[in-house]
Design a protein around this ligand. Structure first.
Ligand SMILES: NC(=O)c1ccc[n+]([C@@H]2O[C@H](COP(=O)([O-])OP(=O)(O)OC[C@H]3O[C@@H](n4cnc5c(N)ncnc54)[C@H](OP(=O)(O)O)[C@@H]3O)[C@@H](O)[C@H]2O)c1
Length: 319
């Protein structure tokens, strides 16, 4: 039997969790873990497969014969903009647990703004006992930008909670009970939206898409009074200066942000001090590394049987 190429692993994850997962992963071919000092100088010229999350820049010259690249997460922008990226399939990580976590985060944030958790927390710190006006979820339209694996699951779960849900994507989608829009009618989508949920990948088309002009088109005077912005896609899709201005000037009534232009969000950034903003440190949906390696094993088996890989990135669109 020919020798099987070990899997190259360059994941900027917790080193101990990674090492533990690798003890049982890839039993028939082994792995080279660049986070392990013992593997640091290993020859990579014969390696066929790499699993990457924010890999080292020189990787592709060290491993010139890769056949498939697997992303360590659902997003691939950390790979697609690397210099020297070879013209081979790049496979996204698609996983039930990751998808479920994201929907939990999105629903939590929508409910946080619907039920005015920030305002009640502020009242509570001052010992204030006062009831605020309380719209029902059905009176609030949540507009989801990005109807991919994550967006579609979030849409379904927001519907279950009773929100009026609409969606926007590059190509028009048909979703039962959900009004959908494509790139020809972004303004029509924004005009109806009270809570905007960003679940877009970062590509040249989506850099800075959440800016002043977009925030200004969201519905004012809806059931929440002012529109709310929720982003768990990528931070570089938001023009953070515009976002900060929109929040402080009252164009936006609040925000929940998991992703930022610069991560970690620098100390002293004005967003930290805004009591109408929920900040989480890019944790909306974290990859379970064991599930990741299982998924890579399945895809490698498919590839070696001559079957089509799943969840391959379209190099033309970048996601
Ligand atoms: N914060 C976190 O913890 C976390 C965790 C995981 C993922 N993420 C982020 O979430 C993103 C989405 O993941 P996913 O699995 O849902 O991706 P996906 O399945 O590739 O879906 C992407 C969606 O965005 C739409 N889209 C892309 N470019 C567009 C454009 N220029 N205009 C309009 N729509 C556009 C696509 O439209 P079509 O349907 O027409 O193609 C599709 O509906 C990832 O790329 C990643 O950046 C964040």
């Amino acid at each position: 039997m020919p020798t099987r190429s070990p899997v190259l692993v360059d994941l900027k994850f917790d080193p101990q969790t990674l090492a533990n997962a690798l003890q049982k992963a890839f039993p028939d071919r082994g792995s080279i873990n660049l986070a392990d000092p013992a593997d640091a100088g290993v020859d990579l010229t014969e390696v066929d497969y790499a699993v990457l999350w924010k890999p080292e820049q020189a990787l592709f010259s060290r491993a010139p014969n890769l056949k498939v690249i697997f992303s360590g997460g659902a997003g691939v922008d950390h790979i697609m903009d690397l210099a020297g990226l070879p013209d081979i399939p790049v496979v996204r990580f698609v996983d039930r647990s990751l998808t479920t976590q994201m929907s939990e985060w999105v629903v939590l944030q929508c409910l946080t703004h619907l039920r005015q958790v920030n305002a009640y927390r502020k009242q509570a710190t001052g010992g204030v006992w006062r009831e605020l006006a309380q719209p029902e979820a059905r009176e609030v339209t949540v507009g989801v930008m990005g109807l991919g694996v994550l967006g579609l699951d979030a849409v379904a779960k927001l519907k279950t909670m009773g929100f009026d849900v609409i969606g926007w994507s590059r190509g028009k989608k048909t979703i039962d009970g959900v009004m959908t829009y494509d790139t020809n009618n972004l303004d029509g989508f924004l005009r109806k939206t009270d809570i905007l949920v960003g679940l877009l990948p970062l590509t040249p088309d989506t850099v800075g898409i959440y800016d002043n002009s977009l925030f200004a088109k969201l519905r004012q005077g809806g059931a929440l009074g002012k529109p709310v912005f929720i982003n768990a896609g990528r931070g570089k899709s938001q023009n953070q200066a515009d976002l900060t201005t929109a929040l402080s000037s009252g164009v936006l009534g609040g925000a929940s942000l998991d992703v930022f232009d610069i991560e970690p969000l620098p100390a002293g950034d004005p967003l930290w001090a805004m009591d109408n903003v929920v900040i989480t440190p890019h944790v909306a949906a974290a990859s379970d590394v064991r599930a990741l390696f299982r998924s890579v094993e399945i895809q490698i088996d498919r590839f070696e049987r001559g079957e089509a890989l799943e969840h391959v990135v379209d190099r033309a669109t970048g996601y």
